[in-house]
Design a protein around this ligand. Structure first.
Ligand SMILES: [Zn+2]
Length: 285
């Protein structure tokens, strides 16, 4: 649920302290969105679930910032089990990631080199729409330092949109981007992201900063809670998951954010439901 760096401690444990990792099940198909430190716990639960069955995981990465990949060297099924793992990203991502698996550069950043994976690891460049089992995954570019994308997963008429690291241009470039009928390039990208999120049953969106905090972090590549609300309401998403919490955001603060956001939606007569699940929670769509 968090961004930046994993944390532990009594104030942050209620919602969990790990960085970005979402497990999505579409029938028997296992899709994983990002490989932050949450991937470590997912790995151990998968090992228990699999028994002697081989792994077949499809890992989609939004970008290679460490809070989205740091779980990879500790994803035990890849280094202890049989089966295969396909990693999807945009062009060029595979070189960075291969170094994790080959152990070439990993020693610079991690205390252990993991050796070779025991599962078959394959990198696949994303297509406009990637089919995995019966699920279709599309992507769109986000406003975040480096090349970053978000994903839309569609399965049996249901949709989940994941835009974990994004700052709308109408917030980061306020002088340039006017809202509403602005037809500039940047304003159009903002609208494309809303279009990409259109009607999502669940929108998991960057809500890194409170509005008060955001003033100090304009241009950082992350959203305020208001930005997340705007995208969700403009896109007429059904549920919004506030995501990528600040490492030290306490359980009480997260609860208050959810209540405040819900009040704002209700005051506007919207139907959007605001959620902030705790780590390990399951949501059925
Ligand atoms: Zn991040």
């Amino acid at each position: 649920m968090r961004g930046g760096v994993p944390v532990s401690g009594e104030h942050t444990s209620r919602y969990g302290g790990n960085t970005a990792c979402i497990e999505v099940r579409c029938g028997d198909t296992l899709i994983i969105l990002d490989g932050g430190s949450g991937l470590i716990n997912l790995g151990s639960s998968l090992l228990q679930e699999l028994g002697i069955k081989p792994l077949d995981a499809h890992l989609f990465l939004t970008h290679t910032h460490w809070d989205h990949i740091m779980g990879l060297p500790y994803f035990l099924p890849a280094f202890k089990h049989t089966g295969k793992m396909t990693i999807y990203g945009v062009a060029g991502m595979d070189e960075t990631l291969m170094s994790f698996f080959q152990g070439a550069e990993v020693g610079e950043y991690f205390p252990v080199t993991m050796g070779k994976p025991t599962v078959d690891v394959k990198f696949q460049e994303l297509r406009e729409v990637t089919r995995v089992g019966e699920a279709s995954i599309s992507y769109y570019y986000l406003n975040h330092p480096g090349l970053t994308i978000g994903f839309r997963v569609e399965y049996q008429g249901k949709s989940l949109v994941y835009i974990p690291d994004n700052e709308p241009y109408s917030s980061s470039n306020r002088a340039l981007v006017k809202e509403n009928d602005d037809n500039s390039f940047l304003a159009r990208i903002d609208r494309e992201i809303v279009h990409f999120s259109r009607g999502a049953d669940i929108l998991i969106a960057d809500a890194a900063y409170t509005d008060e905090e955001y003033v100090e972090f304009v241009g950082s590549g992350h959203s305020s809670v208001t930005d997340a609300l705007k995208v969700a309401m403009s896109a007429q998403a059904k549920r919004l998951v506030l995501f990528h919490h600040q490492p030290l955001r306490t359980g009480d603060e997260i609860e208050q954010l959810v209540v405040k956001c819900q009040e704002r939606v209700d005051a506007l007569g919207g139907k959007l439901e605001i959620l902030s699940p705790a780590e390990g929670d399951q949501i059925e769509i």
